[in-house]
Design a protein around this ligand. Structure first.
Ligand code: NAD
Ligand code: ISE
Length: 336
């Protein structure tokens, strides 16, 4: 059985996921349709993907008999509209993060999926499929490091563009650590505070960079995040979990080690595409293989809602510097 995927939004990650889905990296999928408000770009990507049909609108793509499942990789503010249309059409949908930028939009998605009666939506929190993060979770689950007390996260981008704001550190970037924290620890985040360290001279003046966030969980575990948008040297994303009996840490994967001239040189990934290439493949494969079995495999709409809820509070924390507490709507039984 081949799952015919339609892609809404053919920018960087739409193309990246599309190449995997259409090019044989993922077993059991093909790409039959693409669409983008920037039509020329959709046509370009359709060509790259071997001639997928270019749809005029997302609504037409979702309604098409040639599309079994939908991948939403357009910009965040457009996600809710497309995800809701997929639920109405009864089509499985994988939505890149965020599920939606606001909690009312996420709550509308939860309500629609609950009314539909079964899960259709997954959200692209790919770190759950990264070998490093899985090793840390494995150490925790094996009991090797005892009871978790503190999680320390590092999230560094080489550079960001001028459009990147002090709030996007939370909504665009640290949203990944929000999901990582929830998934690794199995607890909801109940508070967030953001501290502004000395600024790097290498950021645009409007951007507070770096930033340091402290998330608190239901049982009082602290999860810290150093987010540095313009670290210059490469893409460096990793974590260390401190438990009552030991710690579990991961290294930023490197791809080669050259020994020469009395030293060893290792590469550092340039960006998320390189660092998480394997994780993106694994998440897409899990989704497609699940659909072949008639199952929905991947982070749920609830996980998407919870992450958005936390970063909304995080934006307030960036603005005020205060510790902001977080509560949630009751979790529907569908997501138990
Ligand atoms: P991008 O700007 O390269 O691509 C976005 C595309 O969406 C553009 O081609 C744009 O023309 C198109 N678009 C805008 N409005 C649209 C609409 N109404 N309908 C259809 N298409 C529309 O951005 P990107 O880096 O590819 O990011 C896309 C999404 O993926 C974002 O939500 C982003 O947060 C997420 N993302 C996730 C990761 C990850 O690590 N999981 C990494 C990068 C981006
Ligand atoms: C980007 O949108 C991502 O999702 C990347 O994973 C993250 O590292 C980067 O900071 C974001 O801008």
């Amino acid at each position: 059985m081949t799952i015919r995927v339609g892609i809404i939004g053919t920018g960087l990650i739409g193309e990246d996921h599309g190449r995997k889905l259409a090019g044989g990296a993922i077993a059991g999928s093909t790409v039959t349709g693409v669409t983008d408000v920037f039509r020329a770009r959709a046509e370009e990507v359709a060509g790259i993907l071997g001639g997928a049909r270019v749809f005029e609108t997302g609504a037409e793509l979702i309604a098409s008999d040639e599309v079994d499942a939908v991948l939403v990789t357009s910009i965040g503010p457009t996600h809710a509209e497309y995800v809701l249309a997929c639920i109405t059409a009864g089509k499985p949908v994988m939505c890149e993060k965020p599920l939606a930028p606001t909690t009312p939009e996420c709550e509308a998605i939860l309500a629609a999926e609950v009314a539909f009666g079964r899960r259709l939506v997954i959200v692209g929190y790919m770190r759950r499929y990264d070998p490093g993060y899985r090793l840390v979770k494995g150490a925790l689950e094996a009991g090797t490091i005892g009871v978790p007390l503190m999680l320390h996260n590092v999230h560094r981008n080489a550079t960001v563009g001028e459009a990147f704001t002090s709030f996007m550190t939370m909504t665009d970037s640290m949203i990944h650590e929000v999901d990582t924290t929830r998934w690794l620890l199995g607890e909801e985040i109940t508070s967030v505070q953001v501290i502004a360290p000395k600024r790097t001279p290498n950021a645009f003046p409007h951007l507070q960079d770096p930033q340091f966030a402290v998330f608190g969980t239901e049982t009082g575990i602290l999860s810290t995040v150093e987010f540095f948008a313009n670290c210059q040297y490469g893409y460096d994303v990793r974590c260390e979990l401190v438990g009552s009996l030991g710690t579990s840490a991961m290294t930023n994967p490197t791809f080669e080690a050259t020994s020469a001239g009395g030293g060893v040189a290792t590469r550092i990934p340039a960006d998320w595409r390189e660092r998480f290439a394997g994780a993106y493949t694994a998440e897409l494969q899990a989704w497609i293989s699940g659909l072949e079995r008639g199952e929905t495999v991947g982070p749920s709409a609830w996980e998407g809602y919870a992450a958005t809820r936390v970063v909304e509070a995080g934006v307030e924390a960036v603005r005020t510097g205060e510790r902001v507490t977080i509560d949630y709507v009751a979790k529907p039984a569908l997501y138990a």
